[in-house]
Design a protein around this ligand. Structure first.
Ligand SMILES: [Zn+2]
Length: 183
């Protein structure tokens, strides 16, 4: 069984008074979802599903800590997640997700909320995510700086080579050529 299967919500089984789910996300969740930004974390998701007049309200309460690579040193940096999100779901002929409302095929009457949970978490990640001052991996930063220095030295090296090639036409070379020609 795929570990993401447990995030399927069966809308037909929903009792009148609604239902509460609790998901405990760990690294395996983020590995299974194969997203690029968040690769690990520990997050608790409390989901409440209620139905009113054919509309299912999904209320997510999401709290925890996830890790993303630091923009400066590339080591993992912790980001605290605390968010509440809402999803409206209806049954219909075919699957539609227009951002405000998700329509689930009536024959399935099932919605997997794994990707929605991931997106709610990813939306909480700030655009710039770096360690606090002094907490970056200095070794890694130095290695990155060294790499940049090497790259710029290579460029200088090429410039020197070009000068030497141009130097071939200098008068001393012509004198040498005369001597060689005479022999
Ligand atoms: Zn860092």
């Amino acid at each position: 069984m795929n570990i993401l299967d447990r995030y399927k919500i069966d809308l037909r089984q929903l009792p009148c008074e609604g239902l509460t789910y609790r998901f405990e996300l760990s690294d395996s969740f983020f590995e299974a979802i194969e997203a690029t930004l968040v690769k690990s974390g520990n997050v608790i998701v409390d989901l409440r599903v209620n139905e009113t007049a054919g509309t299912f309200m999904f209320d997510f309460k999401i709290e925890g800590v996830v890790q993303v690579p630091c923009d400066r040193c590339l080591d993992n940096v912790n980001v605290t997640i605390r968010t509440e999100n809402e999803l409206k779901v209806k049954l219909g002929d075919s699957f539609v997700d227009d951002g405000d409302m998700v329509v689930v095929e009536e024959d399935d009457a099932e919605l997997n909320v794994a990707w929605y949970i991931y997106e709610f978490i990813a939306l909480q990640i700030p655009l710039v995510h770096v360690h606090k001052d002094g907490q970056c991996n200095e070794e890694m930063i130095n290695a990155l700086k060294q790499h940049l220095v090497n790259v710029s030295q290579d460029v200088d090296g090429e410039a020197e080579t070009t000068e030497k090639v141009e130097g071939v036409t200098d008068p001393r070379w012509n004198e040498l050529k005369k001597i060689l020609d005479n022999n």
